[in-house]
Design a protein around this ligand. Structure first.
Ligand SMILES: [Mg+2]
Length: 288
């Protein structure tokens, strides 16, 4: 199939695309609600033989859960289509140490991905010195007692501090809730230490993993994201095309403001600016 069986073609700016990476929250759905037509657009990409994968900073759910979540929205997918900050963290941590003992501030998604690659999660350490890593992700049941354990593993033990992501907020069906950055900052505050590395966006680890797994080169890849300081920076750092979709946390005013001050801006400011801005995903296809 080369797309000849559909009535649509990609807009010129995206005509060389063979890999489309989608952020989830704010691009495909918001909370429990599908963003209108996102399912149809995903199908259209696949009908054009474009590889579709998903790259989310949300570490709370397992990749299998994401498969089921998308199925409820009529989007077919496989576990291997998902690169969450939890699965990326687990893959990167495994490069640092195999079969590590880990204390987690986070949810089932992060714990499952770490266990899947052979690590042991220690929920109530008796010996703080045996913990190799403290890994922090979004924890919607965040507890003072767990923060105290994490603090002790780092300050009294030898544990190295890593994080899945540092998003300040989490978009939900209506408005925003606190993001993983709140937990990361709590541990920073009580240890006086920065995480050694944050594996999710805006770091490019996930996109680099996707490019490597799919063997598709940067000029044929695009990321669709709603958040400039994660999705768009990560895409720009990885050297792929970046599209901001205004169905999530970013508005046109925010992008205009960035562009207006780009004269005397730093590289990190310029990395916030997407190559393309669209109101909704529907705009990437036009009638033949
Ligand atoms: Mg998002």
């Amino acid at each position: 199939m080369d797309g000849n069986n559909t009535m649509f073609e990609l807009i010129n700016d995206l005509k060389d695309i063979r890999l489309a990476i989608f952020d989830l929250d704010g691009v495909i759905y918001r909370g429990d609600t599908l963003i209108p037509n996102a399912d149809k657009i995903i199908k259209e990409f696949k009908d054009h033989s474009i590889k579709v994968v998903y790259n989310s900073n949300n570490s709370t759910a397992t990749r299998q859960t994401y498969v089921e979540r998308l199925k409820n929205f009529n989007i077919e997918s496989e576990v291997s289509d998902f690169y969450t900050s939890a699965s990326i963290t687990s893959a990167e941590i495994t490069k640092i140490k195999r079969s590590a003992k880990i204390f987690v501030i986070g949810e089932i998604g992060l714990r499952t991905e770490l266990q899947f690659l052979g690590h042991t999660i220690i929920a109530e350490p008796t010996n703080y010195k045996e913990i190799d890593f403290v890994i922090v992700g979004l924890d919607r049941d965040f507890k003072y007692s767990n923060l105290a354990i994490a603090q002790k593993c780092i300050l009294e033990g030898n544990a190295k501090f890593y994080a899945t992501n540092a998003d300040s907020t989490l978009p939900v069906a209506r408005g925003l809730k606190p993001g993983a950055g709140v937990m990361v900052n709590a541990l920073k505050t009580c240890t006086g230490k920065e995480p050694i590395r944050i594996f999710g966006k805006p770091e490019p680890f996930g996109i680099e993993m996707i490019l490597n797994d799919t063997k598709i080169s940067t000029e044929n890849a695009v990321i669709f994201g709603d958040r400039l300081n994660t999705d768009i920076i990560a895409g720009n750092r990885a050297g792929i095309k970046t599209v901001a979709v205004l169905t999530g946390v970013t508005t046109m005013e925010m992008i205009d403001e960035l562009k207006n001050k780009s004269e005397n801006s730093t590289i990190s400011d310029r990395n916030l600016i997407p190559n393309i801005v669209i109101q909704k995903l529907d705009e990437v296809f036009k009638k033949k």
